[in-house]
Design a protein. Structure first.
Length: 350
């Protein structure tokens, strides 16, 4: 397929700048693949579509406050440093993006606080905006991470969410079951779940099992080739625990619903398929890029948000729903004023 087939006009007013007042009060579009029927519900109604023995597979990654602001030594120029991933724990080496990049060269030092406790030195160039930095921190490991946490800002994608982060974002840009720190963006389909919804699903006999995929910026990296087969995803670290695989495979054997909560959970599962089309425990990296046509092996339903035009997330959703049905659903969403992107509304594809 071609990139241009995923282009559509999205009014700016439909890109959610804030989350719904209550997580489970977001709207929920339910799309039936077999009949093409589209329903308009509220997220808490999701309980009605699942039953005893069905399984939700959630991504339990935790977003860390990845955006820091430092000052360049001597000039004092303000520099944004976006932490991508830790390369070496002992040496405090990190892969980062810097902005404005033209001002930052190897050997430059950046100061992140007035006391000079958090200082980093640029030790390598990786891409046009990418650098490797080493934090020159002298102290216990827990003090280092606490300092990073205190200085960092919630990494809202500022190309789309144009306001400044607020205190509430620390909690709301995080799923309530987030556990393993490592993501620089939230797995947004999971943001709608509340403890009450999870409890009511449990009472019905629906199980929730985790996989972990640390969402990197590669998930949102623009596709800049018309021929989708030529696009390369950035690798993201993921884990499929043995217990989760057991529960999912039992549900598949019993012909139950296995619902991937978000495109990252879906990609983690599809990167971990056994020869007999079952989920296998895995720990590793994946650069799997899913676009139509694609035959899904594990999940038979998908919960996802409404994504930006030409995004890899929209492409995965269209591979699952079917291209024509997804385009129809998106046109309906625009007409009905659903909210798009991380803080937007949800879509359940059955």
């Amino acid at each position: 397929m071609k990139l241009s087939e995923f282009k559509f006009d999205l009014p700016e007013s439909l890109v959610a700048q804030h989350p719904a007042k209550q997580r489970d009060e977001s709207r929920l579009m339910v799309v039936h693949r077999d009949s093409g029927r589209i329903e308009h519900r509220t997220f808490k109604d999701i309980i009605e579509y699942f039953d005893d023995g069905d399984v939700f597979v959630v991504n339990d990654t935790k977003v860390f406050p990845a955006r820091l602001y430092g000052n360049k030594e001597k000039t004092g120029a303000k520099i944004e440093v976006f932490l991508l991933r830790e390369l070496n724990k002992e040496l405090h080496l990190w892969d980062v993006l810097v902005d404005p990049a033209r001002k930052i060269r190897v050997g430059n030092k950046l100061y992140f606080d007035d006391d000079g406790i958090m200082v980093a030195e640029v030790i390598d160039n990786t891409t046009s905006r990418g650098r490797t930095i080493k934090f020159l921190f002298d102290g216990p490991e827990e003090d280092f991470y606490k300092a990073l946490h205190d200085l960092g800002e919630t990494p809202l994608p500022k190309e789309v969410i144009t306001r400044d982060p607020e205190t509430a974002d620390k909690e709301r840009y995080q799923t309530i079951y987030a556990k393993h720190t490592g993501a620089v963006a939230a797995p947004s389909a999971g943001l709608h779940f509340t403890r009450e919804v999870i409890k009511r699903l449990e009472i019905k006999g629906v199980e929730m099992v985790p996989v972990t995929m640390h969402v990197g910026l590669g998930t949102f990296r623009p596709v800049d080739v018309e021929d989708l087969t030529k696009h390369k995803m950035d690798s993201e670290n993921f884990i499929v625990p043995a217990e989760s695989a057991t529960v999912v495979n039992r549900a598949l054997d019993q012909k139950k619903r296995v619902c991937a909560v978000g495109t990252t959970s879906m990609r983690a599962m599809e990167s971990s398929v056994s020869a007999n089309s079952r989920l296998k425990p895995t720990e590793g990296w994946t650069d799997k890029f899913i676009f139509p046509p694609y035959e899904f092996k594990i999940a038979n339903c998908l919960l996802t948000n409404f994504h930006m035009p030409e995004s890899t997330l929209m492409m995965l959703a269209s591979a699952f729903a079917g291209y024509d049905l997804l385009i129809e659903a998106y046109q309906t969403a625009i007409k009905e004023k659903y909210k798009f992107f991380s803080y937007g509304d949800a879509m359940l594809i059955l």
